[in-house]
Design a protein around this ligand. Structure first.
Ligand SMILES: Nc1ncnc2c1ncn2[C@@H]1O[C@H](COP(=O)(O)OP(=O)(O)OP(=O)(O)O)[C@@H](O)[C@H]1O
Ligand SMILES: [Mg+2]
Length: 256
């Protein structure tokens, strides 16, 4: 069953059509990647899915429910989490506190009880810290929990972003170029973490330029160029697709 479906999705920015009549679906429990050259529209697709931008036309279903037009926090609360292409952390907060921010997306207490530090809020804070620590352990950052986020090496900051997204207990996670800026060892570790996340039952959508990582861990790949689908299929099919080789990967890719 498809957990996510995009139907005839379109987004124009003035004269630029960033996403052009794009339809695709992601099966529950799958790791699917979206690849394409710079400016192909990948991040825009994420922004449409997560409600950050309204589509010009088309619709998106998550778990069978149409989510087009819903607010970002509503979509997040339905179980969709994401990371951003550029690391977006609260740099002066600790690693743990950053993950706690993610937890709050699904916790009940409102702003009033937070400001007044009501017992309900304090109880929830303890619970939240425990959940956050659990997520940090999952990604291998538990021993860094009290450090300020800015003091982490870059690769760990990216991992922390993933922990924060997981803290909302999503059913699906969208990763936007999580390997950007990582060395090859760090990228291998990231691949293992993504496989682990899938093993936990989550569905993963991955936007990534690192082709080795994409080909290694994806079950299916969607290739877009100028906002349009140019190919979709299993990694081996994509590697052999002449359109893809011509439009994006370059002739030297085939031999890899
Ligand atoms: N908010 C915006 N306003 C105007 N144009 C935008 C906006 N966001 C994206 N675009 C344009 O839409 C097109 C697709 O951009 P997008 O960021 O989605 O590409 P991408 O595939 O994520 O690229 P990259 O691999 O470089 O991250 C580009 O031409 C971009 O300049
Ligand atoms: Mg992008």
């Amino acid at each position: 069953m498809a957990i996510l479906e995009a139907v005839n999705l379109k987004k124009s920015f003035g004269g630029v059509v960033a996403v052009d009549n794009l339809s695709f679906s992601v099966e529950t429990g799958q790791i699917k990647s979206i690849i394409g050259p710079n400016g192909a529209g990948k991040t825009t697709v994420y922004n449409l899915i997560t409600g950050l931008l309204p589509p010009t036309s088309g619709l998106i279903r998550f778990n069978g429910q149409t989510i087009t037009g819903l607010k970002t926090h509503t979509i997040a609360s339905l179980g969709l989490a994401r990371t951003f292409q550029n690391v977006r952390l609260f740099e002066n907060m600790t690693v743990l506190e950053n993950v706690m921010v993610g937890c709050h997306q699904r916790m009940g207490s409102g702003l009033f009880s937070a400001i007044c530090r009501l017992p309900k809020f304090r109880r929830e804070e303890k619970q939240t810290a425990a959940v956050a620590l659990e997520k940090l352990a999952l990604v291998g950052l538990a021993d860094q929990s009290q450090r300020p986020a800015f003091s982490l090496p870059f690769a760990q900051q990216r991992t922390l972003e993933i922990a924060r997204a997981l803290a909302a207990e999503p059913r699906m996670i969208l990763l936007d170029e999580p390997a950007a800026g990582l060395n090859s060892h760090e990228t291998v570790q990231l691949g293992k973490l993504i496989l682990k996340i899938r093993q936990m039952g989550l569905t993963v959508l991955l936007v990534e330029h690192d082709m080795e990582l994409v080909m290694d861990i994806s079950e299916e790949i969607l290739v877009i160029n100028y906002g349009k689908k140019i190919a979709e299929g299993k990694p081996a099919e994509i590697q052999d697709n002449q359109e893809v080789i011509k439009a994006y990967l370059g002739e030297d890719f085939k031999g890899r």
